[in-house]
Design a protein around this ligand. Structure first.
Ligand code: 1CP
Length: 340
């Protein structure tokens, strides 16, 4: 979860010389930044360095990523006519630099690479709001008042996301993560009506590739069962719901990922250690991918992250392990949730 770009001094140093989107569009730089947390922290998988808005640019959306703010869209999408202007995504033509970075990483990394994309609701929220939003009210207003435009927008985004994730796997990603970061804003009913069918289409459309599909949203405790049913192998749980409770909500046959509060990494070591051990105990030592419940916070001391990774590694084998150690995962993550 945003393991490189938030807290590492080596990333900040590189950012003094290169823009965020420039890094995403330059394979050598994207590769370098993806490798930084692997070198420093020794985590068991790498997450591709990019951003969820990168494919939107290739769909004809003018945008920038403003430091301290996030993605800002030049002409927000607020009508059927605006939706009409979105171009289909042909990954090899629109985002060749991402696929080049994935190919280079897949051959260089000793741990699996997780490719990713933003899910249609979260992408739509940036497109409609024009940037980060607290309550996503314009997005919901479009959803409720222009259902046809909404469906068309979701369909176009889902087509693009499916093509994008398939291309990343074909280029060598060993797992994919679909970030529906802001979907926790919706009730279960609205999620089922306005979002679920397109997410199902994306996750179902990846099934034949045989890589684990991780699905995650912030504040999505009330949606966990539905997000699993959408076709995930692994469901990410943020820190608001304990991971054992999250597992119950997700249901049998899925792995869970999470769910240490990123703010715990700002705490003194004894507090962080106790919280991490609680997550590990509740995770139960099987079908659990230890992770933070959302991205690393910028003020985090990388030293705390290093100790945290060591703690998780020391803990896992003593419980019989969950088969996700660096040694075991070298061959790639070509396993299903049951095998994990
Ligand atoms: O290791 C890494 O840092 C991973 C690379 C990564 C990923 C997986 C970045 C780099 N962004 C993302 C995904 C992303 N981007 C998500 C989904 C995951 C999540 O929920 O955390 C979302 C919602 C975004 C949108 C985004 N991009 C925001 C959030 C804005 C908001 O609405 O609150 C921000 C601040 C960005 C910019 C960004 N993306 C990534 C970095 C390192 C940054 C900071 C930009 C900089 O360095 O100037």
């Amino acid at each position: 979860m945003r393991q490189a770009g938030r807290s590492l001094p080596e990333y900040r140093d590189l950012r003094t010389r290169h823009g965020m989107l420039e890094i995403c569009r330059t394979p050598e730089l994207a590769v370098e930044v993806t490798l930084q947390p692997i070198r420093r922290l020794g985590v068991d998988a790498a997450i591709l360095f990019s951003d969820i808005v990168v494919p939107l640019q290739a769909m004809g959306v003018a945008l920038e990523i403003r430091p301290g703010v996030g993605p800002v869209i030049e002409h927000p999408i607020r009508s059927d006519a605006d939706v009409e202007g979105l171009l289909p995504l042909v990954p090899e033509e629109g985002v060749p630099y991402v696929l080049e970075a994935v190919r280079a990483l897949a051959s260089e990394l000793e741990v699996p690479l997780i490719g990713f994309a933003g899910a249609p609701f979260t992408l739509a929220s940036y497109l409609v709001e024009g940037g980060p939003s607290k309550n996503h009210s314009r997005t919901k207003a479009l959803m409720y008042s222009e259902p046809q435009a909404w469906r068309r927008l979701m369909r176009r985004l889902a087509d693009a996301v499916l093509a994008y994730l398939r291309a990343q796997v074909e280029a060598g990603a060993g797992a994919v993560q679909l970030f529906d970061s802001w979907v926790g804003e919706l009730s279960a009913d609205d999620y089922s009506t306005y979002v679920l069918p397109e997410v199902e289409r994306i996750l179902g459309g990846l099934a034949d590739l045989g890589v684990p599909r991780i699905h995650f949203g912030v504040g999505s405790g009330e949606l966990l069962g539905l997000m699993a049913q959408a076709g995930a192998d692994v469901v990410g749980v943020d820190w608001r719901v304990p991971i054992d409770e999250g597992r119950k909500r997700v249901g049998d046959g899925y792995a869970v990922q999470g769910n240490l509060d990123p703010a715990a990494c700002l705490a003194p070591w004894d507090v962080l250690e106790a919280k991490a051990l609680d997550v590990l105990e509740r995770g139960g030592g099987h079908a659990h991918v230890f992770n933070l419940g959302h991205g690393v916070l910028p003020a985090t001391d990388p030293g705390s992250l290093e100790r945290l990774v060591d703690l998780v590694h020391d803990w896992s084998p003593s419980r019989g392990g969950l088969g996700w150690t660096a040694e075991q995962s070298r061959g790639g993550l070509g396993r299903t949730a049951e095998q994990i």
